[in-house]
Design a protein around this ligand. Structure first.
Ligand SMILES: Cc1cc2nc3c(=O)[nH]c(=O)nc-3n(C[C@H](O)[C@H](O)[C@H](O)COP(=O)(O)OP(=O)(O)OC[C@H]3O[C@@H](n4cnc5c(N)ncnc54)[C@H](O)[C@@H]3O)c2cc1C
Length: 309
């Protein structure tokens, strides 16, 4: 433990850091070791150390799509939120490090009249997390104008993926789970100012109208089973809106959001997640799939509800 803490400058590597401080849910027990490296060199040093020691490694961005267990996470949790934030823009070509906030990239594109990101306005998170999730909204996806991505392998070695090497689909990407994204390059085309502005305003208005943005959440819990079958609609039809467990609630405004009203635990949220999945399977014969990523739960924890995570 001391060896890894002393590997990087003071304050970069923390033992027993509560992950509730690093998730939008505000939920999550401690990471055995938590690190926020300031640059690629520090990140590579951490990865090499963990690899040599056989320490399990997990990545998070800003934790806006994560449910972390109350017991916390064994091993090393590396966060790039607030780190690796370099952003270069040259006409439509953008190189963003993985810790750049997605909202920053959206704003910069809007300011320059570039199209492709305007419907992602309001999606929280980092560029790294957005690429892993292939974040998208109202018809736009982050992968559309992607050119290439730089990652570090579990041994701290740099590798480049060209767009053609990668597969993206609805909330899915083909990145290897033990590789961490450090930067990405995009080429956005110029768009019509009117069309960009209309799409941005529509996306923003729909988000405010449909989503319970005043409460802590991790966005949509489940993927939509298909383009014309929304998970939220099924949960609503099953009569589960407003169901509570402790301080967690299936949102009345949007049934695919499970909210933390204040003091919800991961156990409370997970109870409602499993209840919704089991009920939808029983009532409609549809097996829901998690969109949120879960950390620190034993694999069998989700199996009873058919949710392999
Ligand atoms: C109110 C609200 C609304 C939302 N609306 C939307 C929406 O409209 N559309 C949408 O797609 N999502 C939405 N989300 C979910 C979330 O914002 C996105 O999934 C976002 O892209 C996650 O980014 P993050 O940095 O927070 O990633 P995290 O939640 O921290 O991590 C997500 C996954 O990416 C991995 N990861 C993170 N960074 C890296 C990295 N650098 N290298 C390798 N792996 C990494 C993590 O291990 C994890 O598996 C919403 C969330 C909230 C709270």
């Amino acid at each position: 433990m001391t060896a890894i803490i002393n590997l990087l400058p003071k304050g970069t590597v923390l033992p027993d850091e509560p992950l509730s401080r690093h998730t939008t849910y505000g939920i999550g027990g401690p990471a055995e070791v938590f690190a926020r490296p300031a640059n690629q060199q520090e990140l590579a040093d951490l990865l090499r150390f963990a690899f040599a020691e056989g320490l399990p490694v997990h990545f998070i961005g800003s934790g806006s799509n994560c449910l972390v267990s109350d017991a916390g996470v064994a091993g090393l949790v590396i966060s790039l939120a607030g780190a690796l934030k370099a952003f270069q823009m040259n006409s439509g070509a953008i190189v963003a490090e993985a810790g750049v906030m997605l909202g920053h990239m959206v704003r910069r594109c809007l300011n320059e009249g570039l199209t492709g990101m305007e419907s992602l306005v309001g999606v929280p998170g980092t560029v790294g997390g957005a690429l892993i999730m292939n974040a998208g909204a109202f018809g736009g996806e982050i992968s559309t104008y992607l050119q290439q991505v730089r990652v570090l392998t579990s041994k701290g070695e740099e590798k480049i993926y060209r767009r053609a090497d990668l597969v993206f689909s609805y909330r899915h990407s083909s990145f290897k789970p033990d590789e961490i994204i450090i930067a990405a390059e995009f080429h956005f085309p110029m768009g019509s100012a009117d069309k960009i502005s209309t799409r941005r305003r529509r996306a923003s208005a729909e988000r405010k109208a449909r989503q319970p943005l005043k409460f802590r959440s991790a966005g949509s819990v489940f993927k939509n089973p298909s383009a014309d079958l929304a998970a939220g609609r099924l949960i609503d039809q099953a009569g589960l809106k407003g169901t509570r467990r402790g301080d967690a609630e299936i949102s009345i405004k949007h049934a695919n959001f499970i909210l933390n009203h204040h003091r919800a635990t991961a156990e409370d949220v997970a109870f409602l997640v499993k209840l919704a999945a089991r009920t939808i399977k029983q009532q409609f014969g549809v097996q829901l799939e998690l969109e949120i990523r879960t950390l620190g739960f034993p694999p069998q924890y989700w199996e009873e509800a058919g949710l392999g995570s």
